[in-house]
Design a binder for this molecule. Structure first.
Ligand SMILES: Cc1ncc(COP(=O)(O)O)c(C=O)c1O
Length: 394
């Protein structure tokens, strides 16, 4: 029996992609950020349906850069409180702490693994001075994100999306990542599209776009539009001699390379194929899970496309969890905790954040849940092996 791993390959059509990459590298004059990266940004904007995309080194950098730019632009300031889902990846929260903001965790629904507008509203009652919601769209799902957006608008809460786990999912025909002011994506191996390492920030806001490009590369304006460059030059009275060596604001070097850009331009052609295959697998797993009373039923009514890379299972109790955990392992199916489990239990969080709040749903997911992989290269035998296990009550 072959092992069904969480991640099967580095990219879809791996051999072909590697061969083309070798030829590209042999012939390329420039391998630092250039035309391949720009082309990938343009293609990504078209597929995602946004005006602007900024390609960066990975999804974690995308999150850090986005929060830095919120500070640079004065949309957030030091000590501001930021709502974060308690079921998320560490580097969704870390930039909040690193940049002197205060993370306030919120619980998620068990049926969607995501924050709902009701949970958000309850958390708001105790945190009326909240300034931002940096929402994770976990595992290709969301809850009622349209109501979340509406509530944020009503209360003047800055709404950002970490969409690193949900490329391609659609809620009421709108792609996840298109609800907030900006959204971040990851192209790490195993995510929907892989550039080995890579990340993206999308927005429709031109000023934010220009500021993201500035903060992606040292704080200079070399990659900005002429209009933005000239404005900055005159605003800060920079002379021609220092024009290309003026560092305007706090920044990083999060530039990707042409290698990542080239891979992105190949892999993005498979976007529909990848999303369709993941959705098709998801439907098979979900149909099987729905027949099993040991497993909590997912609520995905308003998602017209579920593009997920891991299928989460939440069991009734610890005994059931352990039974299925052992069964999956015995059947050579790799499993893992759901994202990082309860993020408030992670050592970094305990070290840096004073929080004693307990989140009942996330605690349950932490103890009684795991996920297995869903990727576009799964074969019928592998899908069948998983479906068989899901169908039988233990
Ligand atoms: C929700 C979320 N945000 C951010 C990241 C970080 O992305 P990367 O691995 O590209 O740094 C991940 C990674 O899996 C993630 O799941």
């Amino acid at each position: 029996m072959n092992k069904i791993k969480l991640i099967k390959s580095t990219f879809l059509r791996e051999q072909d992609t590697k061969e083309r990459l070798c030829n590209f590298i042999k012939d390329a004059c420039v391998l630092s950020m250039g035309s391949e990266c720009r082309k990938f940004e343009e293609k990504f904007s078209l597929k995602q349906g946004v005006k602007y995309s900024v390609f960066v080194t990975n999804g974690s950098c995308a999150n850090l850069l986005l929060i830095q730019v919120m500070l640079n632009m004065g949309k957030l300031k030091k000590d501001d409180k930021v709502f974060i889902s308690g079921l998320t990846w560490a580097t969704n929260i870390m930039p909040i702490i690193q940049l002197g903001l205060v993370p306030i965790l919120i619980d998620v629904e068990k049926e969607t693994f995501n924050v709902s507008s009701n949970i958000l509203k309850k958390s708001y009652e105790n945190n009326k001075d909240i300034k931002c919601l940096f929402l994770t769209n976990a595992l290709g799902f969301c809850s009622d994100i349209d109501n979340i957006k509406k509530f944020c608008e009503e209360k003047d809460i800055l709404f950002l999306e970490d969409n690193c786990e949900s490329l391609g999912s659609e809620y009421k025909q709108i792609k996840l990542g298109n609800f907030g002011l900006a959204s971040t994506f990851s192209f790490f191996v195993g995510h929907h599209i892989s550039t080995i390492e890579g990340g993206m920030i999308c927005t429709n806001d031109e000023d934010l776009y220009e500021n993201l490009k500035l903060a992606r590369a040292h704080g200079w304006t070399r990659n900005n539009s002429n209009k933005f460059k000239e404005n900055m030059k005159s605003k800060f009275s920079i002379n021609n001699f220092y024009n290309t060596y003026a560092f305007y604001d706090l920044a990083y070097n999060f530039r990707p390379t042409e290698i990542n850009g080239f891979i992105g331009n190949l892999q993005i052609n498979y976007w529909d194929e990848i999303v369709n295959k993941r959705e098709c697998n998801f439907n098979k797993f979900n149909e099987a899970a729905l027949t099993n009373d040991d497993i909590l039923k997912l609520k995905i009514d308003n998602l017209n496309i579920v593009s997920n890379f891991g299928f989460p299972l939440l069991f009734r109790d610890k005994i059931k969890f352990e039974k299925y955990r052992d069964l999956f392992i015995k059947n050579e199916i790799e499993i893992r905790p759901i994202i990082g489990g309860d993020i408030s239990k992670q050592p970094f969080f305990r070290k840096w954040v004073d929080s004693i709040e307990d989140f009942p749903n996330i605690s349950d997911i932490h103890v009684n849940g795991f996920y297995f992989g869903n990727n576009p290269e799964m074969n019928d035998e592998e899908i069948g092996r998983i479906v068989k296990l899901l169908k039988v009550t233990q």
